[in-house]
Design a protein around this ligand. Structure first.
Ligand code: PLP
Length: 374
């Protein structure tokens, strides 16, 4: 067996310890004679697994008691329409557009606007006057026009494709939005840094970036926001119904929840979110320094104030070298560095499960490559 350094944006690298534990338990979970994949979601064993996963997540993020934790399916993409159908209450909602995911969220909300409520773009880094910036920074305060009567304000706190991250845990935005609940897509950086959950009305995250296997999506929602769903909403999409049924109205993604639970335990063994955040800061610093000190050989276009610690896109000054870079990287065991098709170049996703040694290996390779081809 040999493992590579996997810089995939998602589904992404998982802690090796967790994978080994899954392997050891796959035929017989804790002496019950069957795999988690084979057991009833209503049984005692799975009840223990689900309760532990929720308790550990609550611990890791210090989730206040007046928030529900939901383990759902359909991915973050389904939530783009599910959230307005649950929360907009036929009124309107504000959206910030700072990259392709927040833009997708707007497009999906617009599809259901006739039944869910109007969509108002309250700020966009591609708006007129800011086109030249593309998606390379978060919005300045004076570029955001909030509706005080909006049902919620939606944003993506880490744009996975462009590598644009909100660095202040939405402190300024939450203060400004006052009583309008923030709804945050944290898919690609949840659990990578400390958050004050009480600043948000709803936090959601697909599992396959920083949590576990795909097929599971997490929703953390303040209780008072529940119960406003449109009356025709299917029950599996209704947060209040799913909360009443502890995410088990129907069969939940049991295996995904189990692996996520193991990742939460692993994270606790690392010292929790504050400890892994320090590691993530060091990893990101190392990689951005390599890019910035390459004399223009590598380039990252994102405003340093909004550079993502999780997703680091970069281009080579000579795009003609892209294919050679990727080929040599693969030969060195550095996989999935090709950038998203909409951006080009490279992207290194360095989630919690990517070790400092992995980032170090990438930096060494990049320095050597620049020396040879520069
Ligand atoms: C990956 C990603 C999504 C989409 O997740 P799916 O599970 O594929 O629907 C949405 N938002 C962000 C920020 C992402 O990184």
């Amino acid at each position: 067996m040999s493992r590579v350094w996997n810089f995939s944006a998602g589904p992404a690298v998982l802690p090796e310890e967790v994978l080994a534990q899954v392997r050891d338990e796959v035929l017989d979970w804790h002496g019950c004679g069957m795999s988690v994949m084979e057991m009833s979601h209503r049984g005692k064993e799975f009840g223990i697994i689900l309760a532990a996963a929720e308790a550990d997540l609550r611990d890791l993020l210090a989730i206040p008691d007046n928030y529900k934790v939901l383990f759902l399916q359909g991915g973050a993409t389904q939530l783009f329409s599910q959230i307005p159908m649950n929360l907009a209450g036929g009124g309107s909602a504000d959206y910030l557009v700072t990259g392709s995911w927040s833009k997708k969220a707007v497009e999906e909300a617009q599809r259901v606007a006739p039944i869910a409520g109007a969509v108002h773009v309250a700020g966009s880094t591609t708006a007129k006057g800011a086109v030249a910036d593309g998606y390379t920074r978060f919005l300045r305060d004076d570029e955001i026009t909030l509706d005080p009567k909006a049902a919620f304000l939606h944003l993506c706190t880490n744009e996975t494709i462009y590598g644009v991250e909100v660095q202040d845990d939405c402190a300024a935005l939450a203060a400004r939005a006052a009583r309008v609940p923030l709804v945050a897509d944290m898919s690609s950086h949840i659990l990578s840094r400390r958050v004050d959950v009480s600043r948000y009305g709803l936090i959601y995250a697909g599992a396959q970036k920083n949590i576990g296997p795909s097929g599971l999506v997490l929703v953390i929602v303040r209780e008072d926001l529940l119960g406003k769903a449109i009356p025709t909403l299917p029950s599996t999409m209704d947060f209040a119904v799913m909360a009443e049924n502890i995410s088990m109205l129907n069969t939940p993604p049991t295996f995904g929840i189990y692996v996520a639970g193991l990742v939460f335990q692993w994270l606790k063994r690392q010292g929790g979110v504050a400890a892994i955040e320090q590691v993530n800061v060091r990893k990101a610093e190392q990689l951005y320094r390599c890019i910035d000190e390459s004399g223009g050989f590598y380039r990252n276009p994102v405003d340093p104030a909004n550079r993502s610690r999780m997703n680091v896109p970069f281009t080579l000054a000579d795009a003609g070298l892209d294919a050679i870079f990727l080929k040599e990287a693969e030969a060195a065991g550095l996989m999935n560095l090709k950038g998203h098709k909409s951006v080009g170049g490279m992207r290194a996703s360095i989630y919690n499960a990517m070790s400092e040694a992995g980032v170090h290996a990438l930096v060494e390779f990049m320095q050597q490559f620049a020396k040879v081809h520069g």
